[in-house]
Design a binder for this molecule. Structure first.
Ligand code: GLU
Length: 472
């Protein structure tokens, strides 16, 4: 909930859904089924903190079972409530459908401020939450697979895994009960940066489309683009990093304590280290402080990337936004009111439910790795390298010429796990971007890219239900 008036995040997702549903041919009854959250589990459980008993409020919502397992992160935040978890679970269904990840959508949350607890206390809370999920069959490699989200990370996923495996001894696929784990605990290389990298791949693809860029008055390509990132958490940090490496300039970074700008570009890692050392993003050498975090959103730029929480751009501040493209790295950073403003202003909003799908895409790769019990690349890496070496040797013998050292290393290299994960993610994001853009072009009455993304998602989920034979 945000702003002075009651705001329903789930209501906003429903509104976007309805806006898109009329561009599909899915049966109205089926549309109603797709929209609903199938299973909602709200729980209270006691945890001893110091010498006091605290009652913890938590949730897990499974939005859709058209494909199983259900999938979605777990967030730790005081802002967690039923409306938010339902909205985020619904977004997961559409997100997975768009990127062809065969899961239903889910989301979980614990209504706590993780900063107020010691690691030991957080571990107790996480383990107890996992127990509750196990008891109600709301977790398991074939039923529902959590992952990190706002306020959680690899550490929490390892606790969840350990709790699950201790309760289910001998379950051969137990590693697949949660994703986003540390690599040493069955995680996959590339998962940590996956969401930020997916945001980069998605926006890079949009920027490579000459017709889209021409309409926005921009040149094609990422190089030289002025980017602003709001939120320096895992997603924002990595999005900033890949944009900088791709030749863009990150001209401003915002966190809740304030924002900084530098027209020549900021190095996200140096800013991150500065914040770690001083406790604030402000007073970064060479940068100008902005009084309010929200001020960064309103600066002149090419690409604005909100990468923190929902509902940061609404009808009130949307008219002040000067970006040409808004890339939603967070879930639900724009309200429907803001969408309307941007349609009128001709600002391209690249929607969350596909743009931040890199996380769940690589979670899917991690889950597959867990079920197959073998690291990606283990079987073929050496074989490929031997074969490449043989081919290169033959070419050099036949031509009498030597390939230069740098090229030689590149040609000989056999794909390892990180190579395969990156390539799978790149392919996924490029394909999804093109599919949405084609759906949009195919029907000019579709007002924006979000609606086009919903159309693609609803058609896929609807077809999947229909093919299951649930609906004639
Ligand atoms: N929490 C992430 C999201 O909102 C990742 C979910 C997952 O990997 O299952 O997409």
């Amino acid at each position: 909930m945000a702003g002075q008036h009651e705001y329903s995040f789930f209501g906003a997702v429903e509104q976007s859904f309805d806006k898109a549903a009329k561009f599909t041919t899915i049966d109205p009854g089926l549309l109603e089924q797709i929209k609903q959250c199938n299973s909602v589990y709200r729980m209270h459980f006691p945890v001893k903190i110091g010498d006091k008993i605290e009652v913890i409020k938590a949730y897990r919502v499974q939005h859709s079972h058209h494909k199983t397992p259900c999938k979605g992160g777990i967030r730790f935040s005081t802002a967690v409530n039923l409306d938010e978890v339902m909205a985020l679970a619904a977004l997961m269904t559409y997100k997975c459908a768009i990127v062809n990840v065969p899961f239903g959508g889910a989301k979980g949350g614990i209504s706590i401020d993780p900063k107020k607890y010691t690691p030991y206390e957080l571990e107790k809370i996480t383990r107890r939450y996992t127990h509750e999920l196990i008891k109600k069959n709301f977790i398991g490699p074939g039923t529902d697979v959590p992952a990190p989200d706002y306020g959680t990370g690899e550490r929490e996923m390892a606790w969840i895994l350990d709790t699950y495996t201790s309760m289910r001894p001998g379950e051969i696929d137990a590693l697949g009960c949660v994703t986003g784990k540390p690599v040493t605990q069955g995680g996959v290389r590339g998962r940590r940066e996956a969401t930020g990298l997916g945001v980069y791949y998605g926006l890079r693809e949009v920027c490579s489309m000459p017709d889209v860029m021409k309409k926005l008055g921009l040149t094609t390509g990422v190089e030289g683009k002025r980017v602003i990132v709001q939120g320096l958490g895992n997603v924002g940090y990595h999005a900033a990093k890949f944009f900088r490496q791709g030749g863009a300039k990150v001209i401003a970074l915002a966190e809740y304590e304030g924002a900084i700008m530098n027209a020549d570009g900021l190095d996200e890692d140096a800013v991150f280290q500065h914040r770690k050392k001083t406790g604030s993003i402000l007073n970064f050498p060479g940068a100008t402080n902005l009084a309010k975090s929200g001020d960064a959103l309103e600066l002149e730029c090419d690409i604005l990337i909100p990468a923190a929480l929902e509902n940061v751009i609404d009808g009130r501040n949307a008219p002040n936004i000067k970006a040409k493209i808004i890339g939603e790295a967070a879930n639900g950073p724009l309200t429907p009111d803001a969408d309307e403003v941007f349609i009128k202003k001709g600002i391209l909003v690249v929607p969350d439910m596909y743009l931040n799908a890199g996380g769940v895409t690589v979670s899917y790769f991690e889950w597959l790795k867990n079920l197959s019990h073998v690291r990606y690349g283990r079987m073929e890496k050496r074989f490929t390298e031997n074969m490449n070496s043989h081919i290169l040797g033959q070419i050099e013998a036949l031509t009498g010429k030597q390939v230069v050292e740098r090229e030689r290393d590149f040609i000989l290299h056999g794909a390892d796990e990180a190579d395969l994960v990156y390539s799978g993610l790149e392919e996924t994001m490029i394909t999804a971007t093109r599919e949405i853009m084609e759906a949009w072009k195919a029907n000019p009455a579709i007002p924006d890219m979000r609606t086009a993304a919903y159309v693609v998602a609803i058609n896929k989920v609807g077809t999947s239900y229909a093919e299951l034979g649930i609906f004639p």
